[in-house]
Design a protein around this ligand. Sequence first.
Ligand code: SAM
Length: 165
Amino acid sequence: MKIKGTVLDVPVGTAVFTEKKWKSLSEAKITCLDYSVDMIEQARKRLEGFSNITCIQGDVGNLPMEGSSFDIVLSMNGFHAFPDKKKAFRETFRVLKPGGKFIACFYIKGKSVIIDWLVKNILAKKGWFTPPFPTEDQLLKILKHLYKDIVFQVDGSMVYFCCTK
Ligand SMILES: C[S@@+](CC[C@H](N)C(=O)[O-])C[C@H]1O[C@@H](n2cnc3c(N)ncnc32)[C@H](O)[C@@H]1O
């Protein structure tokens, strides 16, 4: 699919999963943001040479963009890492244009005893995941409050969704 508008990839991480796609979207204006200086440097290196792609170090809870700036906000594997999820939901909503799409995937709690144990006892202790994690019902309530046209799929302990502001 060819995208022509403005896209925010938050958190971009090292851009390992989005590099190919972003490089193919020559008509889109893409902003990639991550809190980690190390991650954003790696993303910058991968994406350098593409004048329509900008990499910024920053906090999803305090995005340095005007409201209603983006046609698409993509958040892959971010919300289980973000420390302040309330602010992250608020800011991703704020920077989306009316009619813009919020697309995300991340871990949700309550689907697998084993995965919940791993997240709590290993991934959260390493600092890779940050509680509290929403359950499916809690997440749906948040999304329904903010968005319409919610397409929502749960696969194991991961949720994938696309919704419209
Ligand atoms: C699991 S990685 C996901 C990166 C990428 N989307 C991917 O799927 O490979 C989680 C990322 O969230 C970033 N992160 C954590 N807290 C953040 C915050 N407050 N604002 C922006 N990025 C944050 C981390 O630096 C890390 O790069």
